[in-house]
Design a protein around this ligand. Sequence first.
Ligand SMILES: NC(=O)c1ccc[n+]([C@@H]2O[C@H](COP(=O)([O-])OP(=O)(O)OC[C@H]3O[C@@H](n4cnc5c(N)ncnc54)[C@H](OP(=O)(O)O)[C@@H]3O)[C@@H](O)[C@H]2O)c1
Length: 343
Amino acid sequence: MKSIAIIVAGYGNVGKAFIRLVHRKHAEVENTYGLDLRISGISTGSHGCLGMKDGFNLQDLVSGVFSADRFPNSVSYQNTLEMIAKSKADVFIENTPVNYETGQPAVSFLTSALENGMHIVTANKGPVVHAFEKLTTLANKMGKKFLFESTVMDGAPIFSVIREALPAMQINGFEGILNSCTNLILCRMEKGESFEQAVHYAQSIGIAETDPSGDVDGWDAAVKVAALSTVLLHNPVIPQQIKRSGIRSITEADMHKAHETGKRWKLICTAERTTSGWVLSVAPQMIGPKSPFFSVEGTSSYILFKSDVLPGLGILESNPSPDTTAYGMLADILNIYSHEKDV
Ligand SMILES: NC(=O)c1ccc[n+]([C@@H]2O[C@H](COP(=O)([O-])OP(=O)(O)OC[C@H]3O[C@@H](n4cnc5c(N)ncnc54)[C@H](OP(=O)(O)O)[C@@H]3O)[C@@H](O)[C@H]2O)c1
């Protein structure tokens, strides 16, 4: 049995779901993969950073509040960087909030984790668009892996399918519904809710943030297009370079118009190879019933790749949640160690 010490930065929706999943799958992972996954450190922004040399009791972690009082044998760290430097962990899991403009502080955390000899796995799109090349180069130099499957479409395998299962495929473009929040809002508006009512509903179930602008103005969709472009199209861009319009401008009259013509509004992400380079955009479009996007409901997402060998390859993810995001990160860890065995 190989013991794997994991430290986790960010203990919010995704961080907690990840710990729950490690707890639920612990015995299965031991039996099937011969790996004893231990959580040996957790850091937050304002609720402390704790380490436990031989790993926290997972049942205690999932069933209570995260505080130093509950774990008297834990060590306290000043911050995430100190946890990374002192923990001697094998894997660093990064789930801190996305920074669309710079990718920080996640980029610094991931860099430090690689320098300290850890594999790195993140659900945060910021470092993928702002530091993909730098982190990939450093990971290769250190003989470690940098994986980020959960950054686009949560647990659905997008990066690994394209990068590992489809060699020598030339991608000519993709179209996708990649932002759950705006798709849910548009579906609610079709049923007669105002934009404000639909945003309020999305906030009430934890899909939209208090400030919903990252979703409704198309930033989240744009950062996902940037991540896909950077990694899969070998065309590094930041979200600010993508032609972007969100869904604020869609009126009740626009909704009626779509309804009358048997169409639906969707926020569509597009990448198209042209003779003058890649054209990348995020914009609302009226979609007819023959489109595969027509039936994508609520928080679900869908991406359709066009390539020289597979003219249309679609991947649908229904009803994502922090639990599906957590699965993407667990899959990344298991893939790292499965591949190590193959070498
Ligand atoms: N939610 C999803 O379903 C989903 C899906 C795909 C990807 N993601 C990505 O996953 C990441 C986390 O999302 P979430 O929904 O879990 O966010 P969240 O609920 O807001 O949690 C963020 C966590 O990060 C902590 N944090 C903030 N600054 C930190 C720092 N400097 N060092 C260590 N921890 C820090 C926060 O601690 P405090 O509360 O103490 O500030 C909190 O525990 C984001 O990058 C998001 O884009 C989320």
